[in-house]
Design a protein around this ligand. Structure first.
Ligand code: ZN
Length: 233
């Protein structure tokens, strides 16, 4: 078996390793994300605070209405009791009465929207609570599966890595060096076959006589176009 052939086998092994490495990293990333639960928890906390604030606001508004109604009643009692005869005092009370009534109208108008906002915030909070519970349940199952898968990919990687060690035995160290240097530059494809005179790496037709040169060469021959190691049948 030529060195190029041995390197091609090594490359297949390296591609298998790269696939597992990628899969392992993706599994780690998904496990790290925890199914979006941390973000959901933050959103839930924001919804909880919003509900609380809007409920306080609605209650404050309700209390203000009660308070203003009392004030209006008291002012009206004074206005129409007949006890105040001083015109200036009467005018002052009338002015205050108008002001308080305007405030009451404003507070009254805010009651319904304020309650509605509080109800909506409560609904949002409850919806998120349910969503989090569902997500956590789902994640328990999924994360278990992901961890199992990661362990399997990890042990496959180890096994293939051990096979790679033995596969590289017998290949000259200088050839391995050339291959190792080419691999990352060539996107994981450092060794390619020549099919009907065409480099399968860059699809460029090799110059006349090149095939014979490859076949007769004792060392590795690189494609003059893309630089990959060539293998002829
Ligand atoms: Zn090429």
């Amino acid at each position: 078996m030529s060195n190029a052939r041995a390197l091609l086998d090594l490359q297949e092994t390296d591609q298998q390793l790269a696939l597992r490495r990628r899969a392992y990293r993706q599994l780690c990333e998904e496990l790290d994300s925890e199914g979006g639960i941390p973000e959901l928890k933050k959103a839930l906390e924001r919804a909880r605070v919003a509900e609380l604030e809007l409920k306080v606001e609605a209650a404050r508004n309700d209390a203000e209405v009660v308070d203003l109604k009392e004030k209006v009643a008291k002012l009206e009692e004074r206005l129409y009791s007949g006890a105040i005869t001083n015109v200036r005092e009467l005018t002052a009370i009338e002015t205050e009465h108008n002001t308080v009534r305007r405030e009451l109208a404003r507070a009254d108008e805010a009651v319904a929207p304020s309650r509605l906002a509080a109800e909506e915030a409560e609904a949002t909070h409850n919806r998120l609570k349910q969503e989090l519970a569902d997500r956590e349940k789902e994640w328990t199952t999924r994360s278990k599966m992901l961890r199992k898968k990661r362990a399997r990919v990890g042990s496959e990687y180890k096994q293939i890595g051990a096979e790679r060690e033995s596969a590289s035995v017998g290949i000259p160290a200088t050839d391995i060096e050339i291959y190792n240097a080419l691999l990352p530059r060539m996107n994981g494809v450092a060794v390619v076959k020549v099919d009907r005179g065409v480099c399968q790496g860059c699809r460029v037709r090799l110059p006349m006589g090149e095939i014979a040169r490859i076949q007769n060469a004792t060392g590795l021959v690189n494609c003059s176009s893309c630089g990959r190691i060539l293998l002829t049948e």
